[in-house]
Design a protein around this ligand. Structure first.
Ligand code: GDP
Ligand code: MG
Length: 693
């Protein structure tokens, strides 16, 4: 393996490339690395050969589903590009990438403009106040329009978006860019190298260039009083000074510089990188937040001489390679042979075969400086979002803010052999991907897998089959119904058995009364005169509870009732705990049947957030699900709808919502409690339960 050049903290730029699926992220990174010479072959997304496409699932679907890292070298600096998936289903990796980046590059297709995925990526960056720049991609594509893309950006996401380049020509006529900082035109070479010839601005662009260059200069001048004075006095401001001012404005979130190009032809990628290293914060620009072993907040400097801390932001197990962990050295240095502590899991890990990632490949290095991104194979027990740190100063870093998986499906092994390995395979998937979770639910008697969407779940199962050889079948999760009684009733339970020697005898009279929703179970004894000896009364209670857990309508737990034991009898020899327990359960079953038992179902409160134009469709759909709307609140172009609805009505709701809102609606759910199932559906549930018996 080739030895890689070494880069110090201030020479490193970690950038997360984010944006809508298909907006050119993967192509941009491939072209940038190729143009900078860190990769020798120009890849192609459509052929599955782009540098940051690493898994067969991605090659198969022709799109990114996992984050991947590749680096380019620009002058003295190294850019670690973190490629991310653009789809909501894989938003976990976007969150992880944004966590370890110091700057975001948001790609916006010149022909498509701002899309759902752009908004999503923007909001993920917002959550970390990540400085960002925009690359308007695919300027060579039919219908490409820089002005439109810029207008949409300014209007909906970034009032501070400011062009630092203008395109020369658009669509088939796209020939290069004008650098608004230098006022020079770059005419691109059609050889795919990314190289350009410097030229004078074409006549028809002179006015536009003048106008935008002034706006850019005015924006920059307001970052610094001295600069403003000099600008107003007509002083010459150097390119280096402009870049320094721009870097400051980007770091503060006051400006979002907008670049453009056509990475498919390598147009614009070299100058994009040149500017990016000047504008994006370096890897030591911010302090590192962590928690000490005592649980106290601590801050570490992102420098080599600080004690080491490393955040693992992605693990993925691949056959033949084993487990790979991508990590950012947040503070200190890491070298081959370094021993680090995983404080949360109480294990030590030794770093061997330290490498930097280059897409699918790894390039071994001796050491990594603070701020760099590395990859290491075969850590023993360290998983995504774990911290490794110097044993002398164990800390836990703030991890990525992963979205909660809330789309569920029930899974079972396709064959007996699959079932045996299912639990282990599911837990490995979870370790790799915190937005995938699965657990056996004893009440539903199903294994419930949860993820961020149906595609996410499908791809996770495909990966499970490929990597661990476990195939699954999926089905709708069962609903955790309950039962309750709606009337008071009373009756007797008597258990008498004569077998050879000692017999069994228990006898009790029980009254059942309904209680309010969520009030639970209560047992009351009003036994007088010792007709049931005190020591046996708790057994009656236990018998009732055990029988209630089995239900009387359709086999679901019967809840929210009071049981009063008010009479009974005993036998001085044959009575026992067991006998009274059985008597209690008999009494319960007899009396509950008389107490007008009904089925209850889980009711959830859903909070749906959608752009205003979809509110009508969303309400119509909720009506069809017999939802009760609790309220609607406007929130800057969006409406938040709160409604109460039966969980049984929400199967695959996330997908439906996505399709009626073109992916722009989101929802959250919260269990509110239980309510009676409407009679029609209750009959169906009873019939299903009977059939299963
Ligand atoms: N015409 C044109 N097509 C491009 C360009 N960049 C990317 N594409 C195509 O657009 C599609 C999506 O690109 P990709 O890089 O996968 O986007 P991502 O999903 O954001 O990573 C692919 O078919 C690319 O070949 C470009 O500069 N010009
Ligand atoms: Mg991609």
């Amino acid at each position: 393996m080739a030895q890689a050049r070494s880069f110090g903290t201030k020479q490193i730029r970690n950038v997360a490339v984010v944006g809508h699926g298909g907006s050119g992220k993967t192509t941009l990174i491939d072209a940038a690395c190729f143009a900078s010479g860190t990769t020798v072959r120009k890849g192609d997304v459509n052929a599955g050969t782009a540098l940051t496409m690493t898994t067969p699932e991605e090659t198969g679907h022709g799109m990114s589903m996992q984050l991947a890292v590749a680096h380019a070298v620009q002058g003295d600096s190294k850019i670690n590009f973190i490629d991310t998936p653009g789809y909501m289903d894989f938003a976990g990796d976007t969150a992880a990438a944004v966590r370890v980046a110091d700057c975001g590059v948001v790609t916006v297709g010149a022909a498509t403009g701002v899309e759902v995925g752009t908004e999503l990526a923007w909001s993920v960056c917002d959550r970390r106040s990540l400085p960002r720049v925009v690359f308007v991609s695919m300027m060579d594509k039919m219908h490409a329009s820089f002005d439109r893309a810029l207008g949409e950006l300014r209007e909906s996401l970034a009032p501070g978006a400011i062009p630092v380049q203008l395109p020369i020509g658009e669509a088939a006529g796209f020939r290069g860019v004008v650098d608004l900082l230098t006022g020079k035109a770059h005419l691109h070479q059609p050889d795919g190298s990314g190289k350009y010839l410097e030229a004078e601005v074409p006549d028809d662009l002179v006015d536009d260039v003048e106008e935008w260059a002034t706006e850019l200069m005015e924006t920059l001048a307001t970052t610094d009083e001295e600069l403003l004075d000099r600008y107003l006095e007509g002083d010459e401001i150097t390119v280096a000074e402009k870049l320094a001012a721009l870097a400051l404005a980007v770091a503060e979130g006051d400006a979002v510089p907008v670049f453009c190009g056509a990475a498919g032809q390598s147009y614009g990628v070299l100058e994009f990188m040149e500017r990016l290293v000047a504008i994006a914060p370096h890897a030591g620009a911010s302090e590192v937040e962590a928690t000490s072993e005592e649980g106290e907040a601590v801050r570490l400097r992102a420098t080599d001489d600080e004690s080491a801390s490393v955040l693992v932001f992605k693990t993925s197990a691949e056959p033949h390679v084993g487990e790979l962990s991508l990590f950012r050295v947040c503070s200190g240095m890491v070298a081959n042979g370094t021993e680090l502590r995983n404080a949360a899991r109480r294990v030590s890990e030794r770093i061997n075969h330290l490498a930097i990632p280059q897409g699918r490949d790894r390039v071994e290095v001796e050491a990594l400086h603070a701020g760099d991104i590395g990859v290491v194979a075969k850590l023993k027990s360290t998983q995504t979002n774990d911290t490794l740190s110097a044993p002398a100063n164990p800390v836990t870093l703030v991890g990525a803010d992963f979205p909660e998986p809330d789309i569920s499906i029930a899974v079972k092994g396709a064959a007996r052999a699959d079932d045996d390995k299912l639990g282990e395979a599911l837990s490995k998937l979870h370790d790799e991907d915190p937005t995938f979770a699965a657990e056996f639910n004893p009440e539903l008697r199903q294994t419930i897998a949860r993820g961020l969407g149906e595609l996410h779940l499908d791809v996770s199962f495909a990966r499970m089959k490929r990597k661990y050889g476990v195939s699954v079948e999926t089905e709708a999760p069962r609903i955790a119904y309950r039962e309750t009684i709606t009337a008071e009733a009373e009756g007797r339970g008597r258990f008498k058995k004569q077998t050879g020697g000692r017999g069994q005898f228990g006898d009790c009279w029980v009254r059942l009364r309904p209680r309010g929703r969520g009030e639970g179970y209560e047992f009351v004894s009003s036994i007088k005169g010792g007709v049931i000896p005190t020591k046996y009364v708790p057994s009656v209670d236990r018998g009732i509870q055990e029988a209630a857990a089995q239900g009387v309508v359709a086999g679901y737990p019967l809840v929210d009732f009071e049981a009063e034991c008010y009479d009974g009898s005993y036998h001085s020899v044959d009575s026992s705990d067991i006998a009274f327990k059985v008597a209690g359960s008999y009494a319960f079953r007899t009396v509950a049947e008389e107490a007008k038992p009904v089925l209850l179902e889980p009711i959830v409160e859903i909070t749906v957030t959608v752009p205003d134009e979809y509110v009508g469709d969303v309400m119509g759909d909720l009506n069809g699900r017999s939802a009760r709307v609790l309220g609607m609140e406007p929130a800057s172009g969006r409406t938040v709808v709160k409604a109460q609805v039966a969980e049984a009505e929400l199967h695959r709701y996330a997908s439906v919502l996505r399709s009626i809102t073109q992916g722009r609606g989101t929802h959250r759910r919260k269990l509110l409690g239980y309510d009676a199932v409407p009679p029609m559906r209750a009959e169906k549930i009873k019939a299903e339960a009977a059939a299963e018996e």
